[in-house]
Design a protein around this ligand. Structure first.
Ligand code: GLP
Length: 243
């Protein structure tokens, strides 16, 4: 595990963007796992900036988002589809046919989950999986539980996770869907490289538990300790309790 601490959130996002750019420089057709959430906003902004400076080319890249809120179609402005279009897809030269996001409005989520996993395997698996971390240690929407799901599935969201997602829902956490489709831990942990990004003091405690605590399904991110190619990028605040 490589842990890099940067002086600011901006510097952390820049380092994350450079890692993605380097991956695509080495392999222009790399398959990327992508997160949503506040942490990813500055990361996508830096990637867009690199793209405008012609320092990264997405023409052959393939992307798979990690999750989507249940019940929301791709055109719903609160969906992760819409988030990705707004912050990233429509600002870079990534052909739409090479981007993938789970359909939150799929009538049969099991079928959707199977379709998505076959698409990931068909693309050769994830070369680089970029992750944020939830305050409770969730990865994508793999919430703390007695046992974690390896496969892509329908997850029940913890109230704290719904609160953290409330902004797009007028600040009302009760309006945030209680369920989401998410890739399972198996998909994440099978990625060839993993880049975990965390910023801010609200993440300091969970970052310590995830990286230094016991490996437990109560802290899904703790399983990252077992990955053979994990890079963790933190700002000083998120690293504050690492010791
Ligand atoms: C969200 C997403 C995750 C994200 C995490 C952290 O609920 N499902 O993929 O990484 O929680 O979000 P944020 O970066 O806003 O703290």
């Amino acid at each position: 595990m490589i842990v890099c601490v940067h002086r600011s959130a901006r510097a952390t996002a820049r380092a994350a963007a450079r890692t993605v750019a380097l991956t695509l420089e080495r392999d222009p057709g790399a398959v990327l796992g992508l997160p949503t959430g506040n942490t990813s906003v500055p990361l996508y902004a830096e990637l867009v900036a690199l793209h405008r400076q012609r320092r990264v080319d997405f023409a052959k890249a393939v992307t798979f988002n990690l999750d989507e809120l249940r019940g929301l179609g791709p055109d719903d402005p609160r969906s992760y589809h819409a988030f990705m279009r707004r912050h990233f897809f429509r600002r870079v030269n990534l052909p739409a046919s090479q981007t993938h996001v789970l359909r939150g409005d799929a009538p049969d989520w099991r079928l959707e989950a199977r379709r998505y996993e076959s698409a990931i395997s068909g693309a050769g698996g994830l070369d680089l999986c970029v992750l944020g971390i939830g305050r409770d240690g969730h990865l994508a929407f793999n919430e703390p539980a007695g046992r974690l799901e390896r496969r892509t599935h329908l997850a029940r969201l913890a109230p704290s996770t719904r609160r953290d997602n409330a902004e797009a829902f007028g600040g009302r956490w009760q309006s945030v869907p209680a369920e989401a489709l998410t890739v399972g831990m198996g998909v994440i942990l099978h990625a060839r490289h993993i880049l975990l990004v965390a910023m801010g003091l609200t993440k300091a405690d969970i970052v310590r538990r995830a990286l230094r605590g016991p490996i437990s399904p109560r802290v899904p991110a703790s399983y990252l300790q077992r990955h053979s190619s994990l890079t963790v990028l933190l700002d000083r605040a998120a690293a504050a309790r690492l010791g």
